[in-house]
Design a protein around this ligand. Structure first.
Ligand code: IMP
Ligand code: MG
Length: 189
């Protein structure tokens, strides 16, 4: 087996490729069991760019019909601390009025980003809005949020990989890992 070079950037692999796959299949089963009315439209809205690997695997495991849309929301300026007020940079193209919407996130930390997105989308009168996230950092929460489904609860550490970035890098890693402290201290990757 070829050892991936990027392993050197993490101090610990928290969730392996195999565990991610298993968790995502379970999440797809939850979606099929939750949205049972096949005649009702279900729109999955992925928040770019972090949700890409998660939503990519997730949609291929879902057995009912869905539509797919994406949104770019800025809140996290490529650094390792959340800053400023969220803003919709690129909006979805779908009309969600009367439809079921499932927001797909990579990670919910403070909850500010997803809280803001929900407030904006509620104005468009969907039938329902729920949140599914790959990772949930409950200790970071600053707002009261109802997360319908989370694949993994994680500790309060700065994580990278499987969509999560540090300065726009690391998103391609096949696992979720803890970024080495020395990289954060030197601000260099
Ligand atoms: P929140 O608004 O604080 O919930 O943060 C949400 C966004 O911050 C996520 O969608 C990520 O893009 C980013 N984020 C939060 N924690 C981490 C982390 O540990 N590593 C990388 N990105 C993170
Ligand atoms: Mg995100």
């Amino acid at each position: 087996m070829v050892k991936k070079d990027y392993v050197k950037n993490v101090s610990e692999i928290l969730i392996t490729k195999k565990q991610l796959k298993k968790g995502i299949i379970k999440a797809a089963r939850w979606i099929d069991d939750t949205y049972t009315d096949k005649n009702k439209d279900l729109v999955l809205v992925g928040l770019l760019k972090g949700s890409i690997p998660f939503i990519g695997q997730l949609v291929t495991e879902i057995e009912r019909d869905i539509t797919l849309d994406f949104m770019v929301v800025s809140s996290f300026k490529g650094e390792h601390k959340a800053q400023g007020k969220p803003e919709i940079v690129t909006d979805i193209l779908s009309n969600i009025e009367g439809k079921d919407v499932l927001l797909v996130e990579d990670i919910v930390d403070s909850g500010y980003t997803i809280f803001y997105v929900i407030k904006e989308l509620e104005k468009r009168k969907p039938n329902s809005i729920k949140i599914i996230t790959l990772l949930d950092k409950p200790t970071g929460r600053k707002v009261n949020l109802d997360i319908a489904y989370s694949c993994f609860k994680i500790p309060h550490k700065f994580l990278v990989g499987f969509g999560l970035d540090y300065k726009e890098k690391c998103r391609n890693y096949e696992f979720v890992g803890v970024l080495k402290n020395e990289i954060i201290e030197k601000e260099d990757i």
